[in-house]
Design a protein around this ligand. Sequence first.
Ligand code: NAP
Length: 287
Amino acid sequence: MPATLIDGKSLAASVRAEQRSAVTSLAARGVRPGLAAILAGDDPASRVYVRNKARACDETGMRSEVHEFPEQVSEAALLECVARLNADPRVHGIVVQLPLPRHLDAARVLAAVSPAKDVDGFHAVNLGALVQGRPGFVPGTPGGVMRLLAHAGVPLAGRRAVIVGRSTIVGKPLALLLLQKDATVTICHSKTADLAAVTAQADILIAAVGRAKLVTAEMVKRGACVVDVGINRLADGTLAGDVDFAAAREVAGWITPVPGGVGPMTVAMLIVNTVRAAQLSIGIPLG
Ligand code: NAP
């Protein structure tokens, strides 16, 4: 029997609907959540991502603004923009769209964002809170994966979770979130020996690499939950994840599609974080 499809698109729509009512409650207290995105350079994918985030804000009744800079922008100009947004009471969340042009130090720009407005959860204060299990902003993609797993009813406690990819924005925070749910977590990367032998033991297998069809059906344990974070543009212009979807679907118990799986949840969780940031601004603590 083919795997149960985990539909990120419809879950993201219901998360946005739930946030719309939180936005209405905030409006009654005179607060309209606002998200500011900083976009530097001409990367077409970044432009699409920023547009999707602004659209999700509109749909949820939130305010959004985009600050665009040319490819050659100086770090000082970006830092000045971040400082202005940090001080602006109408802005509750700030997103620095990555990647930044190569001459800029992304770590320095991200570190300048106020942790209370760091709705991407990339600031060391928020990543540190995640390590310590304290409230903070969790990055959207790992947060979205956890919502998808909860929604599908995938058991986590005591199960083996294997994450392929160790980036700071996906793999590492996801490992911490799965650990919080009592999974036994392994993180794989480009130097992992015999990757297939490790992934074949996974009850929950997460692919976050950026290589189409890296995960084949042979690497998947029968009945496992396979979550595909990867986004790869194929030669014919279509999008594909990191998993050989058609083949893995015949082996897995649950699987997320690309597109329509993790991607929409990433944006939805950014909305959740921005609403939480707006609540924080009026003294409602992060739960
Ligand atoms: P990244 O920073 O490039 O990290 C990729 C990871 O994959 C690295 O840890 C790398 O190992 C590992 N890797 C590379 N080749 C490998 C191999 N052959 N076997 C095992 N591991 C290998 O990427 P990222 O930012 O985490 O993104 C990963 C993918 O997710 C990309 O396709 C990206 O577009 C997508 N993504 C999607 C969303 C979404 O909303 N759906 C959000 C963010 C990212 P090393 O550390 O050893 O180099």
